[in-house]
Design a protein around this ligand. Sequence first.
Ligand code: GLU
Length: 409
Amino acid sequence: MNSYETTVRYFDHAAGLMGLSKNMQRLLLTPEREVKVQIALERDNGEIATFIGYRMQHDSARGPMKGGLRFHPEVDAQEVLALATLMTWKTAIVNIPYGGAKGGISVDVKALSQGELERVTRKFVDEIHDIFGPDKDIPAPDMGTDAQVMAWIMNQYQKFHGFNPACVTGKPVELHGAEGREEATGRGVVTVTEALLKRANHPISDVRVAIQGFGNVGSFAARFLHEKGAKVVAVSDAFGALWNNEGIDIPELVRHVAQHKQVVGFNGADKMPSDELLVSDVDVLIPAAIGGVLTRDNAREVRAKFVVEAANNPTRPDADKIFDQREILVVPDVLANAGGVTVSYFEWVQNRQHFKWELSRVRKELDRIMIDSFDKVWTIATERKVSLRTAAYLLGIGRVGRATVLGGI
Ligand code: GLU
């Protein structure tokens, strides 16, 4: 089952419980626009390379569409559409005034020079500048893209439409970006983890955590967990995994990764096989890398009592069912990783008002939104006796459905 089928399955389950008609279900699931473009690049060595770029605009009932741009070799139309659909529910669950979109280019950024990456990004903007913008659809970083890429997007957009920094979020702080945007997804993950543990009467300072992925989201989640006294005993990245039963010194590991670009080789922990991380002896498991890693093949082996989905779509429906049966609590991606898009919203607000917020304000507003959203989802789950995922979908689909009807078909 691929990413798109996974999202549809979760949608169907919640929509069925809500008693939504088949016609309404079809309306809510059908994307508004799917764009696929060619990006031709003359490489530094004079060779020609051709890439395919996508922007999938799923739903705009609640406002301009919002979602990241993923530059990764596994990007394809179905994957991007799945992620765009998730953005629609995600923005609705945290109640920020957006719809959902996602984009990407099927490219291995590690194989591009900085100059090639810039040219690919600018060419992509040349192809799609008419369909995005501050009131239409606002891109942001995702896997394989960062603040520098967003700066190029803003600059290239400006060549067609004039100065308008609100056309993209996740920009560098020095160039109309928001304080706290970079850390936001990881911070939000930890805020909901703490809220969850509170409900379970489990102080965060007592827990042992495994984190799969040490990119932007995984590394910031590790830092905030470490600050709160949790023991991060296992981490991994694409190159390998580490284990330290006493808890890894995260600030030291962050310094190591800044220098060596991978967790492997860090001498404050032992090496362990990467596939063991997901089933290691921990209380909290945080998948913070790619999708589809928790499947029916490993779900029974998972020893954590809590799974917090920092990545998008890490759990396949079969695994989700097993977690439900085993009473493992899963905070779904559409809630757990919504901190990124929430601070993107703050960035957009600041850009439109030409008024800059301090980091303390960003953090305070983010924490409030994450905790309120978690509490709402928790209450629905308790009242309706459903999983946190189903509760989150009930909340998100309900809000999008009502906006659709109120706006008029
Ligand atoms: N790419 C992030 C996500 O999946 C952030 C999107 C945004 O900031 O618009 O939620």
